[in-house]
Design a protein around this ligand. Structure first.
Ligand SMILES: NC(=O)c1ccc[n+]([C@@H]2O[C@H](COP(=O)([O-])OP(=O)(O)OC[C@H]3O[C@@H](n4cnc5c(N)ncnc54)[C@H](O)[C@@H]3O)[C@@H](O)[C@H]2O)c1
Length: 348
Protein backbone atom coordinates (compact mmCIF):
# COMPACT_ATOMS: atom_id res chain seq x y z
CA UNK A 1 0.00 0.00 0.00
CA UNK A 2 1.13 3.54 -0.60
CA UNK A 3 2.51 5.31 2.42
CA UNK A 4 -0.28 7.11 4.27
CA UNK A 5 -3.07 5.21 2.43
CA UNK A 6 -6.41 6.87 3.24
CA UNK A 7 -9.68 4.96 3.52
CA UNK A 8 -12.76 6.28 1.74
CA UNK A 9 -13.96 9.40 3.54
CA UNK A 10 -17.76 9.53 3.78
CA UNK A 11 -17.69 13.19 4.81
CA UNK A 12 -16.62 14.41 1.39
CA UNK A 13 -18.76 15.38 -1.58
CA UNK A 14 -18.21 13.20 -4.65
CA UNK A 15 -19.17 14.35 -8.12
CA UNK A 16 -19.66 11.41 -10.49
CA UNK A 17 -20.26 12.22 -14.12
CA UNK A 18 -21.88 9.47 -16.17
CA UNK A 19 -23.71 8.32 -13.02
CA UNK A 20 -26.59 6.80 -15.02
CA UNK A 21 -24.04 4.76 -16.95
CA UNK A 22 -22.86 1.25 -16.11
CA UNK A 23 -19.72 1.99 -14.08
CA UNK A 24 -21.05 5.32 -12.74
CA UNK A 25 -24.13 3.60 -11.36
CA UNK A 26 -22.24 0.92 -9.46
CA UNK A 27 -19.67 3.39 -8.15
CA UNK A 28 -22.40 5.79 -6.98
CA UNK A 29 -24.25 2.93 -5.32
CA UNK A 30 -21.15 1.84 -3.42
CA UNK A 31 -20.37 5.38 -2.23
CA UNK A 32 -23.97 5.95 -1.14
CA UNK A 33 -23.86 2.68 0.82
CA UNK A 34 -20.85 4.09 2.68
CA UNK A 35 -22.80 7.24 3.61
CA UNK A 36 -21.19 9.60 1.08
CA UNK A 37 -22.89 12.56 -0.58
CA UNK A 38 -22.95 11.82 -4.32
CA UNK A 39 -23.75 14.36 -7.01
CA UNK A 40 -24.57 12.57 -10.24
CA UNK A 41 -24.34 14.32 -13.59
CA UNK A 42 -25.45 12.63 -16.81
CA UNK A 43 -27.04 13.78 -20.07
CA UNK A 44 -29.04 10.54 -20.38
CA UNK A 45 -28.25 10.19 -24.06
CA UNK A 46 -29.82 7.40 -26.11
CA UNK A 47 -26.62 5.69 -27.32
CA UNK A 48 -28.18 2.56 -25.83
CA UNK A 49 -31.55 1.69 -24.30
CA UNK A 50 -32.54 4.55 -22.02
CA UNK A 51 -34.75 2.27 -19.93
CA UNK A 52 -31.60 0.76 -18.50
CA UNK A 53 -30.20 4.19 -17.55
CA UNK A 54 -33.53 5.11 -15.98
CA UNK A 55 -33.61 1.85 -13.98
CA UNK A 56 -30.16 2.60 -12.62
CA UNK A 57 -31.15 6.17 -11.73
CA UNK A 58 -34.35 5.05 -10.05
CA UNK A 59 -32.29 2.82 -7.79
CA UNK A 60 -29.83 5.61 -6.91
CA UNK A 61 -32.59 8.11 -6.24
CA UNK A 62 -33.86 5.94 -3.38
CA UNK A 63 -30.89 7.20 -1.38
CA UNK A 64 -31.11 10.61 0.29
CA UNK A 65 -27.41 11.17 -0.24
CA UNK A 66 -27.87 11.26 -4.02
CA UNK A 67 -28.55 14.41 -6.04
CA UNK A 68 -29.03 14.04 -9.77
CA UNK A 69 -28.43 16.76 -12.36
CA UNK A 70 -29.42 16.02 -15.93
CA UNK A 71 -26.84 17.89 -17.93
CA UNK A 72 -24.09 17.68 -20.48
CA UNK A 73 -20.41 17.99 -19.55
CA UNK A 74 -19.78 19.65 -22.91
CA UNK A 75 -21.94 22.54 -21.71
CA UNK A 76 -19.58 24.75 -19.75
CA UNK A 77 -22.41 26.54 -17.93
CA UNK A 78 -23.78 23.26 -16.58
CA UNK A 79 -20.36 22.13 -15.36
CA UNK A 80 -19.61 25.52 -13.72
CA UNK A 81 -23.02 25.49 -12.04
CA UNK A 82 -22.47 22.01 -10.59
CA UNK A 83 -19.00 22.88 -9.28
CA UNK A 84 -20.05 26.20 -7.75
CA UNK A 85 -23.24 24.85 -6.19
CA UNK A 86 -21.94 21.57 -4.75
CA UNK A 87 -18.21 22.25 -4.34
CA UNK A 88 -17.19 18.61 -4.84
CA UNK A 89 -13.89 17.63 -3.25
CA UNK A 90 -13.50 14.48 -5.31
CA UNK A 91 -14.50 14.29 -8.96
CA UNK A 92 -14.83 11.09 -10.99
CA UNK A 93 -15.30 11.73 -14.69
CA UNK A 94 -16.92 8.70 -16.28
CA UNK A 95 -19.18 10.56 -18.71
CA UNK A 96 -18.00 9.90 -22.23
CA UNK A 97 -19.07 8.55 -25.54
CA UNK A 98 -17.93 4.95 -25.24
CA UNK A 99 -17.55 2.29 -27.94
CA UNK A 100 -15.00 1.80 -30.70
CA UNK A 101 -17.25 0.95 -33.67
CA UNK A 102 -19.69 3.85 -33.09
CA UNK A 103 -16.76 6.28 -33.42
CA UNK A 104 -16.73 5.55 -37.16
CA UNK A 105 -20.41 6.50 -37.48
CA UNK A 106 -20.67 9.42 -35.07
CA UNK A 107 -17.21 10.95 -34.58
CA UNK A 108 -18.69 14.32 -33.57
CA UNK A 109 -20.10 12.98 -30.30
CA UNK A 110 -16.63 11.71 -29.30
CA UNK A 111 -15.11 15.13 -29.77
CA UNK A 112 -18.05 16.79 -28.03
CA UNK A 113 -18.21 14.59 -24.93
CA UNK A 114 -14.71 13.18 -24.59
CA UNK A 115 -12.65 16.20 -25.60
CA UNK A 116 -14.75 19.33 -24.99
CA UNK A 117 -16.55 17.70 -22.06
CA UNK A 118 -13.33 16.62 -20.39
CA UNK A 119 -11.75 20.02 -21.03
CA UNK A 120 -14.72 21.62 -19.20
CA UNK A 121 -14.15 19.29 -16.24
CA UNK A 122 -10.46 20.24 -16.14
CA UNK A 123 -11.29 23.95 -16.34
CA UNK A 124 -13.82 23.58 -13.53
CA UNK A 125 -11.18 21.82 -11.39
CA UNK A 126 -8.81 24.66 -12.16
CA UNK A 127 -11.23 27.36 -11.01
CA UNK A 128 -12.86 25.42 -8.11
CA UNK A 129 -9.93 23.41 -6.76
CA UNK A 130 -10.60 19.77 -5.93
CA UNK A 131 -8.61 17.27 -3.88
CA UNK A 132 -8.56 14.65 -6.61
CA UNK A 133 -9.81 14.23 -10.16
CA UNK A 134 -10.15 10.61 -11.30
CA UNK A 135 -11.12 10.00 -14.91
CA UNK A 136 -11.84 7.04 -17.16
CA UNK A 137 -9.24 6.25 -19.74
CA UNK A 138 -9.24 2.93 -21.57
CA UNK A 139 -7.17 -0.10 -22.52
CA UNK A 140 -7.76 1.06 -26.10
CA UNK A 141 -4.92 3.59 -25.65
CA UNK A 142 -2.52 0.64 -26.18
CA UNK A 143 -3.76 0.60 -29.78
CA UNK A 144 -1.42 -1.24 -32.13
CA UNK A 145 0.98 -2.35 -29.36
CA UNK A 146 1.84 -6.03 -29.55
CA UNK A 147 3.82 -6.48 -26.32
CA UNK A 148 1.67 -8.03 -23.61
CA UNK A 149 0.74 -7.67 -20.84
CA UNK A 150 0.16 -3.96 -21.37
CA UNK A 151 2.08 -1.87 -18.89
CA UNK A 152 1.58 1.81 -18.09
CA UNK A 153 5.31 2.11 -18.82
CA UNK A 154 4.67 1.21 -22.48
CA UNK A 155 4.34 3.84 -25.18
CA UNK A 156 0.77 4.57 -26.24
CA UNK A 157 1.35 6.49 -29.44
CA UNK A 158 -0.56 4.26 -31.86
CA UNK A 159 -4.32 4.55 -31.27
CA UNK A 160 -6.37 2.72 -33.90
CA UNK A 161 -9.73 4.44 -33.36
CA UNK A 162 -10.96 7.94 -32.65
CA UNK A 163 -12.35 6.65 -29.34
CA UNK A 164 -8.85 5.53 -28.31
CA UNK A 165 -7.38 8.83 -29.48
CA UNK A 166 -9.84 10.80 -27.30
CA UNK A 167 -8.90 8.71 -24.26
CA UNK A 168 -5.19 9.20 -24.88
CA UNK A 169 -5.90 12.92 -25.32
CA UNK A 170 -7.59 12.95 -21.93
CA UNK A 171 -4.42 11.62 -20.33
CA UNK A 172 -2.34 14.31 -22.04
CA UNK A 173 -4.77 17.09 -21.12
CA UNK A 174 -4.82 15.87 -17.52
CA UNK A 175 -1.03 15.89 -17.46
CA UNK A 176 -0.89 19.51 -18.60
CA UNK A 177 -3.53 20.61 -16.07
CA UNK A 178 -1.90 18.67 -13.22
CA UNK A 179 1.35 20.43 -14.00
CA UNK A 180 -0.01 23.92 -14.64
CA UNK A 181 -2.70 24.20 -11.96
CA UNK A 182 -1.65 21.62 -9.34
CA UNK A 183 -4.68 19.44 -9.92
CA UNK A 184 -4.03 15.91 -8.58
CA UNK A 185 -5.25 13.58 -11.35
CA UNK A 186 -5.48 9.81 -11.75
CA UNK A 187 -6.40 8.24 -15.09
CA UNK A 188 -7.79 4.71 -15.06
CA UNK A 189 -7.37 2.51 -18.10
CA UNK A 190 -10.34 0.16 -17.78
CA UNK A 191 -10.27 -3.22 -19.54
CA UNK A 192 -13.60 -4.57 -20.93
CA UNK A 193 -15.79 -4.08 -17.88
CA UNK A 194 -18.80 -6.39 -17.66
CA UNK A 195 -21.56 -7.38 -15.26
CA UNK A 196 -25.24 -7.02 -14.35
CA UNK A 197 -26.95 -3.87 -15.68
CA UNK A 198 -24.09 -3.60 -18.15
CA UNK A 199 -23.90 -2.03 -21.58
CA UNK A 200 -26.05 -3.55 -24.33
CA UNK A 201 -23.53 -2.45 -27.00
CA UNK A 202 -20.82 -4.73 -25.59
CA UNK A 203 -20.15 -8.23 -26.94
CA UNK A 204 -21.05 -10.26 -23.83
CA UNK A 205 -24.45 -8.48 -23.70
CA UNK A 206 -25.34 -8.63 -27.40
CA UNK A 207 -24.08 -12.24 -27.65
CA UNK A 208 -26.47 -13.15 -24.83
CA UNK A 209 -29.40 -11.60 -26.71
CA UNK A 210 -28.44 -13.49 -29.87
CA UNK A 211 -27.86 -16.80 -28.09
CA UNK A 212 -31.33 -16.63 -26.55
CA UNK A 213 -32.92 -15.71 -29.89
CA UNK A 214 -30.96 -18.38 -31.80
CA UNK A 215 -29.45 -15.70 -34.05
CA UNK A 216 -25.91 -15.95 -35.52
CA UNK A 217 -23.05 -14.37 -33.58
CA UNK A 218 -20.41 -12.53 -35.56
CA UNK A 219 -16.84 -13.12 -34.37
CA UNK A 220 -14.23 -11.03 -36.11
CA UNK A 221 -10.61 -11.78 -36.99
CA UNK A 222 -11.74 -15.43 -37.41
CA UNK A 223 -11.85 -15.78 -33.62
CA UNK A 224 -8.30 -14.63 -33.00
CA UNK A 225 -9.39 -12.06 -30.48
CA UNK A 226 -8.70 -11.97 -26.73
CA UNK A 227 -10.19 -9.63 -24.14
CA UNK A 228 -9.21 -9.06 -20.52
CA UNK A 229 -12.76 -9.16 -19.11
CA UNK A 230 -12.93 -7.28 -15.81
CA UNK A 231 -15.86 -7.68 -13.45
CA UNK A 232 -17.72 -4.55 -12.39
CA UNK A 233 -17.38 -5.14 -8.62
CA UNK A 234 -13.59 -5.32 -9.02
CA UNK A 235 -13.56 -2.06 -10.96
CA UNK A 236 -15.67 -0.34 -8.30
CA UNK A 237 -13.41 -1.68 -5.54
CA UNK A 238 -10.32 -0.37 -7.33
CA UNK A 239 -11.81 3.08 -7.94
CA UNK A 240 -13.07 3.33 -4.36
CA UNK A 241 -9.60 2.64 -2.98
CA UNK A 242 -8.09 5.33 -5.19
CA UNK A 243 -10.62 8.11 -4.49
CA UNK A 244 -9.08 9.53 -1.32
CA UNK A 245 -5.49 8.82 -2.42
CA UNK A 246 -4.36 11.43 -4.91
CA UNK A 247 -1.01 10.66 -6.53
CA UNK A 248 2.00 11.32 -4.35
CA UNK A 249 3.89 14.40 -5.48
CA UNK A 250 6.83 13.55 -7.71
CA UNK A 251 9.87 15.66 -6.92
CA UNK A 252 12.69 15.69 -9.39
CA UNK A 253 15.14 18.40 -8.59
CA UNK A 254 15.54 20.80 -11.45
CA UNK A 255 12.76 19.14 -13.45
CA UNK A 256 10.08 21.33 -14.93
CA UNK A 257 7.60 18.74 -13.60
CA UNK A 258 8.75 19.12 -9.99
CA UNK A 259 5.86 18.42 -7.61
CA UNK A 260 3.38 17.15 -10.18
CA UNK A 261 0.58 14.88 -8.90
CA UNK A 262 -0.25 12.74 -11.89
CA UNK A 263 -0.82 9.00 -12.25
CA UNK A 264 -2.29 6.48 -14.67
CA UNK A 265 -3.22 2.88 -13.76
CA UNK A 266 -4.41 -0.19 -15.60
CA UNK A 267 -7.55 -1.66 -14.10
CA UNK A 268 -7.82 -5.12 -15.64
CA UNK A 269 -8.14 -8.77 -14.70
CA UNK A 270 -4.82 -9.88 -16.25
CA UNK A 271 -6.47 -13.04 -17.66
CA UNK A 272 -7.30 -12.51 -21.33
CA UNK A 273 -9.97 -14.82 -22.70
CA UNK A 274 -10.61 -15.72 -26.34
CA UNK A 275 -14.05 -14.61 -27.60
CA UNK A 276 -15.06 -18.19 -28.41
CA UNK A 277 -14.38 -19.06 -24.78
CA UNK A 278 -16.67 -16.19 -23.71
CA UNK A 279 -19.38 -17.71 -25.94
CA UNK A 280 -18.79 -21.17 -24.50
CA UNK A 281 -19.24 -19.91 -20.92
CA UNK A 282 -22.35 -17.97 -21.93
CA UNK A 283 -23.85 -21.08 -23.59
CA UNK A 284 -23.24 -23.04 -20.40
CA UNK A 285 -24.62 -20.42 -18.01
CA UNK A 286 -27.66 -19.68 -20.20
CA UNK A 287 -28.44 -23.37 -20.67
CA UNK A 288 -28.32 -23.87 -16.91
CA UNK A 289 -30.40 -20.77 -16.14
CA UNK A 290 -33.15 -21.44 -18.73
CA UNK A 291 -33.20 -25.24 -18.57
CA UNK A 292 -32.87 -25.33 -22.40
CA UNK A 293 -29.88 -26.34 -24.49
CA UNK A 294 -28.46 -23.05 -25.77
CA UNK A 295 -25.95 -23.39 -28.59
CA UNK A 296 -24.21 -20.67 -30.54
CA UNK A 297 -24.25 -20.30 -34.28
CA UNK A 298 -20.92 -18.53 -34.83
CA UNK A 299 -20.10 -16.68 -38.03
CA UNK A 300 -16.33 -16.11 -38.33
CA UNK A 301 -15.43 -12.92 -40.19
CA UNK A 302 -12.28 -10.89 -41.01
CA UNK A 303 -10.86 -8.27 -38.63
CA UNK A 304 -12.68 -4.95 -38.52
CA UNK A 305 -10.94 -1.57 -38.60
CA UNK A 306 -10.31 -0.20 -35.10
CA UNK A 307 -10.21 -3.66 -33.49
CA UNK A 308 -7.20 -4.73 -31.49
CA UNK A 309 -6.37 -8.43 -31.25
CA UNK A 310 -5.55 -8.74 -27.58
CA UNK A 311 -6.05 -6.70 -24.44
CA UNK A 312 -4.11 -7.86 -21.41
CA UNK A 313 -3.51 -5.75 -18.32
CA UNK A 314 -0.51 -5.66 -16.09
CA UNK A 315 -2.27 -4.50 -12.92
CA UNK A 316 0.72 -4.88 -10.59
CA UNK A 317 1.10 -1.13 -9.84
CA UNK A 318 -2.56 -1.03 -8.78
CA UNK A 319 -1.98 -3.96 -6.44
CA UNK A 320 1.26 -2.51 -5.06
CA UNK A 321 -0.23 0.89 -4.33
CA UNK A 322 -3.76 -0.01 -3.26
CA UNK A 323 -3.50 -3.63 -2.08
CA UNK A 324 -6.05 -4.83 -4.62
CA UNK A 325 -6.31 -6.07 -8.17
CA UNK A 326 -9.26 -7.45 -10.11
CA UNK A 327 -9.45 -11.24 -10.18
CA UNK A 328 -13.07 -12.36 -10.46
CA UNK A 329 -13.16 -15.26 -12.92
CA UNK A 330 -15.18 -14.97 -16.12
CA UNK A 331 -17.27 -17.96 -14.99
CA UNK A 332 -18.24 -16.25 -11.74
CA UNK A 333 -18.85 -12.85 -13.32
CA UNK A 334 -20.91 -14.17 -16.22
CA UNK A 335 -23.05 -16.20 -13.85
CA UNK A 336 -23.99 -12.96 -12.08
CA UNK A 337 -24.65 -11.27 -15.41
CA UNK A 338 -26.78 -14.11 -16.79
CA UNK A 339 -28.85 -14.34 -13.59
CA UNK A 340 -29.51 -10.60 -13.73
CA UNK A 341 -30.31 -10.71 -17.47
CA UNK A 342 -32.84 -13.56 -17.10
CA UNK A 343 -34.54 -11.78 -14.23
CA UNK A 344 -34.49 -8.25 -15.69
CA UNK A 345 -35.81 -9.23 -19.13
CA UNK A 346 -38.13 -11.93 -17.78
CA UNK A 347 -36.56 -14.64 -19.99
CA UNK A 348 -38.52 -17.90 -19.87
N1 LIG B 1 -17.25 -0.41 -19.81
C1 LIG B 1 -16.02 -0.60 -20.29
O1 LIG B 1 -15.65 -1.71 -20.65
C2 LIG B 1 -15.05 0.54 -20.40
C3 LIG B 1 -13.74 0.25 -20.82
C4 LIG B 1 -12.83 1.30 -20.93
C5 LIG B 1 -13.21 2.59 -20.61
N2 LIG B 1 -14.50 2.84 -20.23
C6 LIG B 1 -14.86 4.23 -19.92
O2 LIG B 1 -15.47 4.26 -18.64
C7 LIG B 1 -16.47 5.28 -18.61
C8 LIG B 1 -17.78 4.70 -18.19
O3 LIG B 1 -18.13 3.66 -19.10
P1 LIG B 1 -19.49 2.86 -19.02
O4 LIG B 1 -19.20 1.49 -19.52
O5 LIG B 1 -20.12 3.04 -17.69
O6 LIG B 1 -20.31 3.61 -20.17
P2 LIG B 1 -21.82 4.13 -20.19
O7 LIG B 1 -22.08 4.56 -21.59
O8 LIG B 1 -22.73 3.11 -19.58
O9 LIG B 1 -21.77 5.40 -19.24
C9 LIG B 1 -21.44 6.69 -19.65
C10 LIG B 1 -22.54 7.63 -19.18
O10 LIG B 1 -22.14 8.95 -19.52
C11 LIG B 1 -23.25 9.65 -20.02
N3 LIG B 1 -22.73 10.67 -20.93
C12 LIG B 1 -22.15 10.50 -22.15
N4 LIG B 1 -21.78 11.68 -22.67
C13 LIG B 1 -22.13 12.62 -21.75
C14 LIG B 1 -22.00 14.02 -21.71
N5 LIG B 1 -21.49 14.71 -22.73
N6 LIG B 1 -22.45 14.68 -20.62
C15 LIG B 1 -23.01 13.99 -19.57
N7 LIG B 1 -23.16 12.68 -19.57
C16 LIG B 1 -22.72 11.99 -20.64
C17 LIG B 1 -24.11 8.62 -20.73
O11 LIG B 1 -25.48 9.00 -20.78
C18 LIG B 1 -23.89 7.38 -19.87
O12 LIG B 1 -24.92 7.24 -18.91
C19 LIG B 1 -16.48 5.89 -20.01
O13 LIG B 1 -15.64 7.01 -19.99
C20 LIG B 1 -15.88 4.82 -20.88
O14 LIG B 1 -15.29 5.34 -22.03
C21 LIG B 1 -15.42 1.85 -20.10
Amino acid sequence: MIEGYTELNPCKTYLITGSAGFIGFFLSKKLLSQGCQVIGLDNLNDYYDLTLKRSRLKELEKDEGFVFIKGDISDKKVVSYVFSKFKPQIVVNLAAQAGVRYSFEQPDTYIQSNIIGFYNILEACRHSPVEHLIYASSSSVYGANTKVPYSTQDKTDNPVSLYAATKKSNELMAHAYSHLYNIPTTGLRFFTVYGPLGRPDMAYFSFTEKLLQGKPIKVFNYGNCFRDFTYIDDVVEAVTRILCNPPIQKFEKGSILDGIQYAVYNVGNSQPVQLVELIRVLEQKLSYATGRKIMANIEFLPRQPGDVITTYSNSTPLEQNFGFKPETSLEEGLEQFVNWYIDYFGVK
